[in-house]
Design a protein around this ligand. Structure first.
Ligand SMILES: CC(C)(COP(=O)(O)OP(=O)(O)OC[C@H]1O[C@@H](n2cnc3c(N)ncnc32)[C@H](O)[C@@H]1OP(=O)(O)O)[C@@H](O)C(=O)NCCC(=O)NCCS
Length: 259
């Protein structure tokens, strides 16, 4: 795949660029990509012309353009002579390229807005009728009897003990310990080196900071933000922010933070 940034030139605004009916592409010979952009909103007027060499001797198939504030971007499928690269596809139209009945989706995003950004993308993917898959590192230790939902992202050195249930759209960054019989519900993120003792429940949208420790049988309520190195000894309250050892609840709610 090639992504070709071209500078926005000649004062063409983003709004004008978005109306690029007057952008022409031609696949040149020998790996050249020819592009013509009109000098004005008049498509019958004159054009700036460009010639980019992508891969000498190759073929730049299916060129596509996107517009970003700092330039135009082109993606192509490269053949030289066999296929040597994949494509970048706009999410809004992904089902036109990848049939939902033939492809599965995986979208492990950040915890912005306490997991609700990732949740909204997750639901958009489901609305497009894709099935979702999960990634579990081959260097994670997953004991028998563990259930893991869809669109989960589980990195190396996690230890997930027997009979743990993990919902959908959960991220476990590296090196966490998830004790036996714990339940982690949807849209939760564990950072790294969190210890969740046995029989805990973590409700949706919760975030557990690095090196946090949770006592056994504790319920982490919806939207809890557990700060780094906090030691949680009792159930938390929804959307609370907890710090310290033993962890105490702060004045602000996690939903009020830019987190
Ligand atoms: C809890 C958290 C969200 C910040 O909460 P906050 O109340 O907005 O904290 P602020 O940054 O405004 O700091 C306020 C005070 O709390 C202290 N503080 C911040 N986080 C703390 C924590 N986890 N434990 C103890 N004290 C903490 C600060 O040192 C500061 O103390 P001061 O007033 O004496 O200087 C954040 O500190 C945290 O722990 N984030 C998780 C970090 C993490 O795990 N990152 C991994 C990313 S992959």
């Amino acid at each position: 795949m090639t992504i070709l940034p071209m500078p926005m030139r000649y004062g063409l605004t983003l709004g004008e660029a978005a109306k690029l009916a007057n952008l022409e592409l031609a696949i040149g010979a020998d790996g050249h990509q020819c592009v013509a952009v009109s000098t004005s909103p008049d498509p019958a007027g004159s054009y700036f012309r460009y010639d980019f060499l992508i891969t000498r001797g190759g073929l730049n198939d299916y060129p596509k353009f996107g517009v970003w504030p700092d330039g135009y971007y082109m993606t192509v499928n490269e053949f030289a002579p066999g296929f040597i690269g994949a494509s970048v596809v706009a999410f809004e139209r992904v089902e036109e390229t990848y049939d939902p009945s033939q492809y599965s989706f995986f979208a492990p995003l950040s915890q912005r807005r306490m997991g609700r950004l990732r949740e909204s993308v997750y639901h958009q993917i489901k609305a497009k009728r894709y099935s979702l898959i999960s990634y579990v590192s081959s260097r994670a230790t997953v004991f028998p009897g563990v259930r893991i939902g869809e669109n989960c992202f589980i990195l190396e050195d996690n230890t997930i003990q027997p009979f743990v249930e993990i919902g959908n759209d959960v991220v476990l960054w590296s090196g966490n310990h998830i004790g036996h019989h714990c339940v982690i519900q949807d849209h939760v993120l564990f950072t790294s080196h969190v210890v969740l003792s046995g029989h805990c429940v973590v409700e949706p949208y919760s975030f557990l900071g690095v090196n946090a420790t949770v006592r056994d049988q504790v319920r982490i309520a919806e939207g809890s933000l557990i700060g780094m190195a906090a030691a949680v000894t009792r159930d938390t309250e929804p959307w609370g922010v907890y710090k310290g050892n033993p962890a105490t609840k702060g004045d602000r709610l996690s939903s009020e933070l830019d987190f």
